[in-house]
Design a protein around this ligand. Structure first.
Ligand code: IVH
Length: 735
């Protein structure tokens, strides 16, 4: 007997055992090619004729055509023609040919999908046509109102629409010049994005070259769509990441964005990203189709995949039926959707409708309500927070809700558990909306509880230090009031090192527990003494040289943080990131804050009597004063980060509310910008609000602003205001 091991793309794929060498060759060939070639069995795979440059060129073209066709059938039409081995043989041959004749390499060759060498960063791309966002509605009424506004605007009785799934991924714009992919860019702030061409080349469902007769391909065309990572691949990717010591992605959307923004595109090539196209961005030298529907058809013919579910609708009722259907198929899809996008079909009507702020009047996103799922509440645990608050949470039988696996959810507080009578072992309904923490909504079937089921008893003592807990009247939280509680200190360390505070990488949950438990750190100042104990740290489990050195380096870097960050990081009761800034702006140093009088504190706009007295209390405790002195002694030298706001910037004194997801900065960064210029950033829209800065997926605040006639501005207008003092001009309101 003799046998062969088959490898496909360097990976072991199967074993063949036969009775004779001849039978083996036959079997191997059959495995590699659907057409057995009896004359010269191995010729099939290895012996293509590339003896002259012309023949090599021809052969390369043929292979490319075959691979592209196979890719299209596989990725776009879901009707594979070649099996993996056949596809692989062609790819290997093409790679070998291009290796031998480098001038044969073309940017649209399927071999380019393997990725390019790492880049130093992404170049900026200015979108020729801005990439906008979408307004939201949450129910039939909202949708009806949107449709009516559009029809009133057009003075029409009805306008045909197209319904599409709202894919929960990331928008991309891909430019093709003479049919060949030239550039792919992320949305960025809508005006400018990042050049991610090398990465997008690795996505199999994105055509590197548009298909069809050359005369039907516009000289320059930009296609837009959504990139995503299939749900089924998401779990595997996270398992691999965790095995490699990397943090898991929270949801497929984040993993798609992380994968697309890899500087090393060979890394992106390993991620099974996928894409649906839904629009034409920029077009040069050709007529655009007359409807959105026809645009999608054209994109499909060029080889770009559109989502199959897409359908036409002529009335509100038809749209609602489509939405109901989308809700039903949602579970069975291998990608996350968070709603349905409804677009007016006619492109000339779209042009007439135009935009309000950043949102088109001709399209709207109908968002699904928070997704719910049923699962088993395995156990109730109680966490002790940094300030001693006891927070109960549910350990759940993991379920997928809204595209993410949920294994824990918050139970809020003691009273909530009692009110809803959550018990260990219950079947419960959990809910997750967007990126918020999953919640346990209710018990699914109280009457099906086993007899032994008992109401949950909230611990009367701290699960960490055993101190009796306290619940202040009228307050929902139960607290451990032991200032020396180990759990509180662990949380404080974690908070101190967290991204929003000093951002000390390597000091996460586990290390924050290990360091105090093993006696390395018993107060914050000890962190800055850790470098003296490098040798001891190396003894710790899972702490190799690299990890220890990286941790020490990160702590070193945290020796000169921004003063406001440090004040916030110290976890002083009542001091959030905002009040930390006020303190920093007023006192400019640690000592200044430590020695502040109640009077001085009360004089600060935003600091009331409660916070002032909490601060005074905190700094009257000797250990806390000592901590500040120790930090200074240890060379912790914060930078005074918050200059007095400039009185002459036009934003000075202006009231803003920031809502939705901004692309170039977080909401809190935007608020900081406002405050540093002397503006006010408040949380809720009132008549006094001067501007609502609306990012993507702005919700109820946007509605309210529109109702109150508050001037709504987009991110780019906001930036121009902050940076250049350009005051946004209120657009003429159409009545
Ligand atoms: S149309 C001006 N269609 O949703 C119209 N967007 O909330 C802009 N999205 O940035 C986009 N599926 O990333 C459109 N079928 C779809 C979509 C879709 C997902 C995303 C897209 C956009 C965001 C707006």
């Amino acid at each position: 007997p003799c046998g062969a091991l088959l490898y496909s793309s360097h990976h072991f794929s199967s074993v063949i055992l036969t009775e004779s060498p001849n039978a083996l060759i036959q079997a191997v060939c059959a495995e590699h090619s659907p057409v057995p070639n009896n004359d010269s069995p191995l010729q099939m795979q290895f012996g293509s004729d590339a003896s002259t440059p012309e023949k090599a060129t021809q052969r390369a073209e043929q292979l490319r055509a075959e691979i592209n066709r196979a890719n299209r059938l596989y990725y776009i039409e879901n009707a594979p023609e070649l099996d993996d081995a056949e596809w692989d043989a062609r790819m290997q041959e093409l790679l070998a040919l291009e290796e031998a004749h480098p001038d044969l390499k073309t940017p649209d060759s399927p071999t380019q999908r393997v990725g390019a060498p790492p880049a130093a960063g992404f170049d900026e791309v200015v979108h020729p046509v801005p990439m906008l966002s979408l307004g939201n509605v949450f129910g039939e009424e909202g949708f009806r109102a949107w449709y009516k506004r559009a029809l009133d605007f057009l003075e029409l009785e009805s306008a045909p629409m197209v319904c599409e799934l709202k894919i929960d991924g990331l928008a991309l714009a891909i430019t093709y010049r003479d049919g060949v992919m030239e550039r792919a860019a992320t949305r960025g702030d809508g005006e400018r994005g990042e050049d991610v061409t090398a990465n997008v080349r690795t996505i199999r469902s994105v055509p590197l070259k548009l298909e069809g007769p050359p005369e039907e391909i516009p000289p320059v065309i930009e296609l837009r769509g959504e990139v995503f990572l299939p749900n089924s691949k998401f779990a595997t990717l996270n398992i691999e990441r965790e095995a490699a010591g990397l943090s898991a992605y929270v949801n497929p959307r984040n993993s798609a964005s992380g994968s697309l923004r890899q500087l090393d595109s060979t890394e992106t090539a390993k991620r099974p990203l996928d894409m649906f196209f839904y629009a034409l961005g920029y077009l040069e030298g050709a007529e655009s189709p007359s409807s959105h529907w026809d645009t999608l058809q054209a994109i499909n013919e060029w080889g770009g995949r559109k989502n199959e579910w897409t359908r036409k609708a002529n009335t509100v009722e038809e749209v609602m039926a489509a939405i109901a259907d989308a809700g039903e198929v949602r579970e069975s899809l291998d990608y996350g959707i968070d709603g349905v996008v409804i677009k007016i079909d006619s492109l000339s009507l779209q042009r007439r409708l135009g935009f309000v702020g950043r949102d088109p009047r001709w399209a709207i996103a109908y968002k699904f309500p928070a997704e719910q799922a049923e699962t088993t509440l395995k156990a109730i645990h109680v966490n002790v927070g940094r300030t001693g608050a006891l927070t109960p949470w549910a350990e759940l039988e993991p379920v997928i809700v809204g595209g993410a696996t949920v294994g824990r959810a918050t139970l809020h507080n003691k009273d909530e558990i009692a009110r809803k009578d959550f018990r260990e072992g219950d079947r419960v309904v959990i809910q997750r909306a967007g990126d918020v923490i999953p919640q346990v909504v209710e018990v699914a079937a109280k009457n099906q509880r086993p007899e032994a089921s008992q109401p949950y008893e909230f611990p009367g003592t701290c699960p960490s230090c055993g101190t009796e807990t306290v619940q202040i009247e009228d307050e929902a939280v139960t607290r451990c009031v032991n200032g020396a509680c180990p759990a509180q200190f662990e949380r404080l360390l974690e908070h101190f090192a967290s991204r929003v505070a000093l951002d000390i990488e390597g000091l996460g949950e586990r290390v924050s527990q290990d360091l105090p438990r093993l006696g390395f750190v018993s107060n914050i100042a000890d962190l800055y003494r850790l470098h003296e104990r490098r040798e001891d740290l190396l003894e710790l489990e899972k702490m190799g040289e690299t990890r220890v050195d990286n941790l020490l380096k990160a702590i070193e870097a945290a020796r000169s943080p921004l003063l406001s960050k440090l004040l916030f990081a110290l976890g002083i009761p009542g001091i959030g990131s905002e009040s930390a800034e006020w303190l920093s702006r007023r006192f400019h140093s640690l000592t200044g804050v430590k020695d502040a009088t109640e009077e001085e504190l009360l004089a600060i706009d935003g600091i009331g009597p409660i916070v002032a007295s909490t601060l005074i209390d905190y700094f009257s405790v000797e250990q806390n004063r000592q901590l500040i002195d120790d930090l200074i002694e240890l060379g912790v030298n914060p930078i005074d980060d918050t200059p007095e706001p400039s009185a002459d910037h036009p934003a000075n004194g202006v009231r803003f509310v920031v809502t939705g997801r901004l692309e170039t900065m977080s909401r809190s960064e935007a608020q900081n910008r406002i405050k540093s210029l002397g503006g006010k950033a408040t949380g809720s829209v009132t008549k006094k609000t001067n501007y609502l800065v609306a990012g993507a997926e702005a919700g109820s605040k946007l509605d309210k602003a529109q109702r109150l006639d508050v001037h709504v501005i987009g991110e780019s207008e906001f930036i121009a205001f902050m940076e250049n003092g350009e005051i946004p001009v209120q657009p003429e309101l159409d009545s």
